[in-house]
Design a protein around this ligand. Structure first.
Ligand code: ADP
Length: 517
């Protein structure tokens, strides 16, 4: 138990004799005692002296003691201070209850015995100490949580970078027709596993964004049936790998949703992949959709391993995995459903998990605001999306401080028939513009010296830089980077690992846009 001398008690009473008597008892017991005889002074003293306990008389000349108590408990700076209200005998039980409801932690009636006062003060200080400890633990937990989130964000960015050269190396191998079958097989294994890794890392990145409320939707009008077909196509590999063939009842063509195509697909891919993962071979997966009032209700159901009723409410929690006995390669990271729920909620919808128990299958019901419209023209294709990049012949300048990356990009882009030159830093990149006259520049963002943003700003400031396609390549997919890149004058940001197809699609659509202006 902590020494009494470590505590300060503020004794508030306008009756001098009563105040003196109580202070004497407390001082004798070893407490530091400060005094006040008015409500207003009390409110100042709790802020300046930070006592652990206030012994508060209900009747004060300037303010009602109950109001003083409420003010102390209302202010986050003083809310943790214990308040022991003291009143005269004629005060009724109703007053006592009112006092406690106003936030007092204890109530005593005068006249009181010294022992009763000391025992009550001691009990409240014990409570204070426990609450203090809880506050300290909570703050440590919040700190640890913040550090974990920062770590996750950094980790996922760092893990993304090495994937680029691996993917690019696979692309180079793909360009060779005469590969030994063993090498072909090995290449495909690397390709598959790198894609799996990239997906896990993307989920991690999304988790880091979720915890910082950084996910933003890019909404457009979408036909529900296209969203679902897209998700079925994207999850085909994992569904087939588990030996399933889902039975699908698509929504009518006329059902539309205002949403983010990528994120909506992610929702249904997650649910379909889970249904496939958690349903043994020979089981069934059903996908159906219907309109209910102003909502589309999509059900993804399986007759797989099911979820017990005690675990059902937990499946949407971050990092939760109902069955940790599953092989890790099957189980994932336990963040898919957390992401899914967040994405559904960002679309103004809800998600519910149902299961009648282990072995009885599971059903996930997604409800999303939707509307029926018969005649709505398809959204226009983004400019440049239909362009045949293979026919074009561009001059592309690659500016990157990594020699391997420079070489890899050059090789891949040259093989597609483009002219490529490279520069190891921003300054020499700018110098090369005059002699090489590129159509497009690929700029690494994180270069020493002049970074990608500054280089881009300088290029745009020159007359020759106005109409160039400027593409930032970065391992950091965060919203801030996008923002900064736009301000610097980039046309697009590509996130590593990025292959030649993506680069050429991007160059094509930017140049087409620029020529159309
Ligand atoms: P992960 O699949 O990566 O473990 P999720 O967040 O997607 O993480 O799912 C959390 C947990 O919910 C899973 O580990 C699994 O125990 C349970 N779960 C999800 N979908 C199903 C399903 N269709 N059938 C049975 N259990 C499921």
């Amino acid at each position: 138990m902590i020494e009494a001398s470590a505590y300060t008690i503020l004794n508030v009473d306008d009756d001098e004799a009563g105040r003196y008597a109580k202070s004497r008892i407390l001082k004798r017991a070893g407490y530091n005692v400060i005094e006040s005889d008015k409500g207003a002074d009390t409110l100042k003293l709790v802020l300046s002296e930070r006592p652990q306990l206030v012994l508060l008389d209900v009747m004060l000349p300037d303010m009602n003691g109950l109001d003083v108590c409420r003010s102390i408990k209302h202010d986050p700076l003083t809310a943790h201070i214990m308040i022991l209200q003291v009143s005269a005998t004629h005060v009724s039980d109703a007053d006592r209850i009112q006092g406690l409801e106003g936030g007092a932690d204890g109530y005593l009636t005068e006249p009181m015995e010294a022992e009763e006062l000391l025992a009550t003060v001691k009990a409240l200080l014990r409570l204070y100490q426990r609450e203090e400890e809880n506050r300290r633990l909570l703050s440590q937990l919040r700190d640890a949580d913040r550090r974990k989130n920062e770590f996750l964000a950094t980790l996922s960015h760092e893990l993304r970078n090495p994937l680029y050269p691996i993917r690019a190396a696979v692309e180079i191998m793909r360009l060779k027709d005469d590969l030994d079958p063993d090498i072909q097989f090995s290449r495909d294994v690397i390709d598959q596993q790198v894609n799996h890794l990239a997906r896990l890392i993307d989920d991690l990145l999304d988790v880091a964004r979720i915890t910082r409320d950084k996910i933003e939707l890019r909404k457009e009008k979408l036909r529900m049936v296209d969203v679902i077909n897209g998700a079925l196509a994207s999850s085909r590999t994992v569904i087939e790998a588990h030996g399933h063939c889902p039975q699908v009842a698509l929504p009518p063509e006329s059902v539309w949703i205002d949403g983010d195509a990528v994120r909506l697909t992610q929702i249904f891919v997650n649910l379909l992949s889970n249904a496939a993962k958690y349903t043994p071979k020979g089981g069934n997966i059903w996908l159906s959709a219907r309109m209910e009032n102003d909502n589309a209700v999509i059900s993804i159901k399986d007759d797989g391993i099911g979820i017990s009723s005690d675990k059902l409410p937990l499946v949407f929690e971050m990092f939760y995995q109902a069955d940790d006995s599953l092989e890790r390669s099957q189980a994932g990271l336990g963040i898919g459903l957390t992401l899914t729920r967040k994405l559904v909620e960002l679309h103004g919808g809800t998600i519910e998990a149902r299961s009648e128990g282990p072995g009885k299958g599971s059903e996930f019901l997604v409800t999303l605001p939707a509307f029926i419209q018969q005649e709505l023209s398809q959204p226009a294709e983004p400019p440049g999306s239909k362009r045949d990049e293979s026919k074009a012949n561009w001059r592309i300048l690659v500016v990157d401080d990594g020699p391997n990356t420079r070489e890899m990009y050059s090789m891949l882009l040259r093989r597609q028939g483009h002219e490529v030159d490279t520069a190891p830093d921003g300054k020499s990149g700018i110098e090369k513009i005059e002699s090489f006259r590129p159509d497009a520049i690929l700029l690494d963002v994180g270069m020493p010296g002049l970074n990608g943003f500054d280089t881009c700003e300088r290029i745009r400031a020159q007359p020759s830089g106005k109409n160039l396609a400027l593409i930032a390549v970065t391992g950091w997919a965060q919203e801030e980077v996008q923002q900064r890149a736009q301000e610097a004058g980039f046309d697009e940001v590509l996130v590593k690992p990025v292959g030649p197809k993506e680069i050429l699609r991007s160059v094509g659509s930017i140049l087409e846009r620029k020529h159309a202006q």
